[in-house]
Design a protein around this ligand. Structure first.
Ligand SMILES: C=C(O[C@@H]1C=C(C(=O)O)C=C[C@H]1O)C(=O)O
Length: 156
C-alpha cells in the first residue's frame, strides 16, 4: 500500500521514533498529574520549553514558526493522551502498576532531551504529505492512532 512504498531517510526514521518516544512519556506525566490532581495543561512550562527550543532552532537556522508549529502539535498530542488516560482513571480504570515518577526531576528532562533532538532533526526531515502520512501510520502502529494526524500535521 502507499505506506510501505515510502522509504524514509535516516533522519525521518529517527524523527518518527522520537515522536513516539515523546508520546510514550505522556502516560508517566498523566500518572503523576492524576495522583497530585495537577492540571494537564501547563502554559508556563509550554512557553518556557518553546522559548528555549526556538532559540536553539534559530542558532541552527530553523525558522521559529517551524519550531513552534511542530512543537505545539507534539505538546497538544501529549495533552490529548494525558486527558484520555486521566478520564479513564477517574472512572475507575486500572491504575499503572508503578508509583508515579517525579515530573520535574525525572520526566521533564527526558521530554527536554527528546525535544532538543527533534529541533536539530527538523531541517533534515523536511515537509511533505508522503512523509507526514508515513509518520502518522507509524505512530498509529505504536498505539497513537487517535493523535497521529494531529502530531504529524506540521510535517505535511
Ligand atoms: C508533558 C506535560 O504536559 C503538557 C504538555 C507539555 C509537553 O508536551 O511538553 C508541556 C506542558 C503541559 O501543558 C508536562 O506538564 O510536562
Amino acid at each position: 500500500a502507499s505506506q510501505s512504498s515510502f522509504h524514509p531517510t535516516l533522519p525521518q526514521k529517527r524523527m518518527v521514533e522520537l515522536m513516539g518516544n515523546r508520546l510514550d512519556l505522556a502516560s508517566q506525566v498523566a500518572w503523576v498529574k492524576f495522583r497530585d490532581t495537577l492540571p494537564v495543561y501547563d502554559p508556563k512550562r509550554e512557553a518556557e520549553l518553546l522559548a528555549g527550543l526556538v532559540s536553539k532552532g534559530e542558532a541552527r537556522g530553523v525558522p521559529p514558526l517551524q519550531v513552534e508549529a511542530f512543537m505545539k502539535a507534539q505538546m497538544a498530542a501529549s495533552r490529548a493522551i494525558q486527558k484520555t488516560l486521566i478520564r479513564s482513571w477517574s472512572r475507575g480504570g486500572t491504575l499503572p502498576a508503578y508509583p508515579p515518577f517525579d515530573l520535574k526531576r525525572d520526566i521533564r528532562p527526558k521530554l527536554d532531551a527528546i525535544s532538543d533532538e527533534m529541533i536539530v532533526l527538523l531541517p533534515a526531515v523536511g515537509q511533505s504529505p508522503a512523509f507526514a502520512s508515513y509518520a502518522a501510520a507509524e505512530l498509529s502502529h505504536r498505539g497513537y492512532r487517535r493523535v497521529a494526524t494531529l502530531a504529524t500535521a506540521p510535517l505535511r
